[in-house]
Design a protein around this ligand. Sequence first.
Ligand SMILES: [Zn+2]
Length: 98
Amino acid sequence: MAELTIRQLIMQSITGSLCSSRQLAELVGVPERQVEDHLTHITKSVARDRTRRFVLEPSRCRDCAFVFRDRTRLTRPSRCPRCRSEAISPPRYGIELR
Ligand SMILES: [Zn+2]
């Protein structure tokens, strides 16, 4: 059950901290795309768990500080809608214990 192990490892890594999917990919040794799939499942299971809360720190434009607040997808946007910059900081994920 390698899948479970990786997912548990990701959950452990973001509990009480914030990580981008790239950081998590390096940490658990799977492609970033796979980390994002795991995160999608993790948000759902954490949403059902009354003892924990999923935290999403949104992407941000490094040039004009635009914040991608309404973005619900977990992947990084490619371009700023305000200044067209591609210098976008990745979203970061965390789990808070209540
Ligand atoms: Zn911008």
